[in-house]
Design a protein. Structure first.
Length: 177
């Protein structure tokens, strides 16, 4: 029987604890051959706190983990009876597996974002920001345009009384006020 990816619903905030508990239960019951991977989908995010850049991990799907396993009664019970697990997504007794392409896409995004962290905040046009780095550090401005795919914003900064558009990285600004 081949292993497939399943989405397991957990108590929000307990995803890592569920992963650890599930790994312990798999070892305790000698089912290592029935499971191959357990993933808590996370991404690295960058935020500026008090002028310092901080990188942290953020859960992409809070309350969910991915489990690659052979699905049968024993494995179902092992997962289902793990503390803080509320069940499988896509049918309690006979869940639909996640297509391999979807699971691979989620894992690939996690790997890409570990190299290129995303900004923690989403910015919108019209928001007031403070520039934290570069030649315009400590200048106030208003976001004119957001380019999330590039991680950049165009900010209107007042220079000598004139609004001047400046393209900045998300990590070089923070919300004002």
């Amino acid at each position: 029987m081949s292993k497939k990816w399943y989405i397991v619903h957990t108590y929000s905030g307990f995803e890592n604890k569920v992963k650890t508990s599930l790994e312990e239960r798999i070892r305790r019951y000698g089912m290592e051959d029935k499971f191959s991977d357990i993933v808590v989908p996370t991404e690295k995010v960058v935020e500026v706190v008090k002028g310092e850049k901080r990188t942290s991990a953020r859960k992409v799907y809070p309350g969910y983990i991915l489990v690659k396993m052979e699905f049968n009664k024993e494995t179902w019970h092992l997962v289902q009876d793990t503390p803080k697990v509320t069940g499988f997504v896509g049918g309690q007794n006979n869940p639909v597996p996640l297509p391999d392409k979807e699971a691979e896409k989620i894992i690939r995004q996690m790997e890409e974002r570990s190299v290129n962290p995303r900004p923690k905040y989403d910015y919108l046009p019209g928001e007031k920001v403070i520039v934290t780095e570069g030649p315009f550090a400590n200048f106030n401005g208003i976001i004119e345009d957001v380019k999330p795919e590039k991680g950049k914003v165009t900010v209107l900064v007042s220079i000598f009384g004139r609004s001047t558009p400046v393209e900045l990285e998300f990590g070089h600004i923070q919300k004002a006020g």
